[in-house]
Ligand binder design. Structure first.
Ligand code: ACM
Length: 541
């Protein structure tokens, strides 16, 4: 059946006995499984042309969905039993488990079950037997940077479907950056009226001199976000919003110049940034700026019901604070050691502010510098060190080291790769990624609440290119996040590659423009787009 991610527990199937779905096969949805029943009718029903009417008995067999808390392995665990005569039973420890079981069931039906309409007459068969499965990690994340290049709402909904098909359950939306603000905030309309649009865009990185002279922009209205969050929730996916502070904030400063360090730069002259890189124009550490962002986060909390709110915290150069009389006065008033502590003070402020409202702060590992806010969780991106330090000091960690799971890094060293960013990270490299460092003790290792693959979009200007960079590596990542795999060196890479041949057929049926094993197809090459691979040996940590 080539299931992917591979089930964590037992599977036992009889090769020669199958249950065949037929037009009369009914769907019985127990309490708590109604959402999965809707999904099955919409997805599997559409692909197979089978209506799957409600009913608890049928001569054509029944697909039964049920929640049973005694299924071991946590709320996302599930079991599937297939009997040749009576049908299929998908039992989850909770509603999420039933949903992940339904995803597995679709894979059991074959790649054509991933189409949007039936391709041809065929028998929809699943092998009889028993399967029991549960995820390794509770946070199986994918970060999409919609700030550098905007992805319209329909594209995000499509990615939620692709995530669901891979049992990924956290969509981290990087909503704000120097190059664009993508979330409607009713109190501050200029954030999107001005901050969501840039005049032009650098094409490529570093020494590239190419520009796309077309304006670029877009943003999600609050209704768009409600739709995205509801669509995600129906798929048992949590959307984690990121509002990046105090660095990566030039789009906000372009909209509201008082947010910047106007005592050292003419912030009124700053545009939404058209180029890339770490940028010195950061937020001013004033009370007014804190109040502004409290108001922004108030609207964010209304829209995003999940526990975690990401406040960024990465790559905040301190030059302007060193020069700014306002920032220096603040440091003295607060009796702080230096500018790093000033950043910490801002992050701690929002940690308390979020905790007072029943939420938890998560930030990039720079939030460790100058002292980590109590209760804060860390996205460990600069390798594993930040995550290790955080876990050892009792903080929760999401492991997403750039060296392994930054999916904007190029997939081979062929000059045909669309844009040669950073180092080569192959499908096999991602498959051999181990999120829990060996140096953590058992107790510390439990602080690694999950793992995440991040896709930055400086050079990814369309959903097609996003597909190319995300897939197939996101499939390998999904297995790392879900399945109980052996140590990296012992992983069955050949077996994974063999399963991928079936999975490529699923991705084809889903319309994903993934990178083929032999490299980019002619229309996936992007000649003339310049970037420079990083020099030196790849930093495998
Ligand atoms: C990051 O890559 N700046 C989090």
């Amino acid at each position: 059946m080539d299931l992917l991610p591979t089930p964590s527990h037992s599977t036992a199937y009889a090769a020669d006995e199958t249950f065949t779905l037929a037009p009369g096969t009914t769907l019985e949805a127990g309490p708590g499984t109604e959402g999965t029943a809707r999904w099955l009718r919409a997805a599997v029903g559409a692909a197979t042309g089978l209506p799957l009417p409600s009913g608890d008995r049928s001569a054509d067999g029944v697909v039964r969905l049920a929640v049973d808390e005694t299924v071991p392995g946590g709320p996302e665990a599930y079991r599937i039993t297939v009997d040749p005569a009576s049908g299929v039973r998908i039992t989850g420890a909770g509603p999420a488990g039933v949903f992940w079981g339904a995803q597995t069931f679709r894979q059991m039906l074959g790649p054509d079950a991933f189409r949007r309409a039936p391709l041809r007459e065929q028998a929809w068969q699943v092998p009889s037997g028993h399967l029991s499965d549960a995820p390794r990690f509770g946070w199986r994340g994918f970060m999409l940077d919609v700030a550098r290049h905007f992805m319209p709402k329909d594209g995000v909904l499509r990615y939620l479907d692709l995530m669901a098909a891979h049992k990924l359950n956290v969509l981290h939306l990087h909503l704000t950056d120097d190059q664009g603000w993508r979330l409607e905030i009713r109190r501050y309309p200029e954030l999107t009226a001005k901050g969501a649009w840039r005049e032009r865009t650098k094409v490529g990185l570093r020494e590239s001199t190419l520009w796309d002279e077309r304006p670029h922009g877009g943003y999600y209205t609050q209704d768009d976000i409600r739709e995205i969050v509801a669509y995600a929730a129906e798929r048992h996916i949590t959307v984690v919003p990121e509002i990046d502070i105090p660095g990566h904030s030039q789009a906000a400063i372009a909209a509201y110049p008082d947010l910047g360090n106007s005592d050292v730069v003419d912030t009124a002259a700053l545009p939404v940034l058209p180029s890339w890189g770490v940028n010195p124009n950061v937020l001013a550490p004033t009370d007014e700026v804190l109040r502004f962002y409290e108001n922004v986060f108030t609207e964010v909390l209304d829209l995003f019901p999940g526990k975690f709110v990401h406040v960024g915290g990465d790559e905040c150069p301190k030059e302007q604070w060193r020069e700014s009389p306002t920032a220096q006065t603040r440091i003295k008033e607060l009796d702080l050691e230096d500018e790093d502590e000033l950043q910490s003070w801002i992050i701690r402020h929002f940690d308390r502010w979020l905790a007072d409202r029943g939420r938890r702060l998560i930030g990039w590992d720079e939030i460790l510098e100058g002292g980590l806010a109590p209760g804060a969780a860390v996205s460990s991106w600069r390798g594993f060190a930040g995550g290790i330090a955080a876990a050892q000091s009792g903080h929760d960690v999401v492991m997403c080291p750039e060296s392994h799971v930054y999916l904007d890094w190029r997939q081979s060293d062929s000059p045909d790769e669309p844009v040669p960013i950073a180092h080569v990270r192959t499908l096999e490299d991602v498959y051999r990624f181990e999120p829990v460092p060996a140096e953590l003790t058992g107790e510390e290792a439990r602080r690694v609440i999950g793992t995440q693959a991040n896709l930055w979009t400086e050079v990814l200007d369309s959903a097609r290119v996003v597909d190319y960079m995300a897939f197939p590596r996101l499939a390998a990542f999904a297995e790392v996040a879900w399945s109980e795999l052996p140590a990296p060196a012992e992983r069955d890479w050949a077996g994974f590659e063999a399963r991928m041949t079936t999975h490529y057929a699923r991705l084809d049926a889903l319309g994903v423009e993934y990178r083929r094993p032999q490299g980019p197809l002619p229309w996936q090459r992007r000649p003339g787009v310049v970037g420079r691979p990083k020099e030196g040996p790849p930093p495998i940590v």
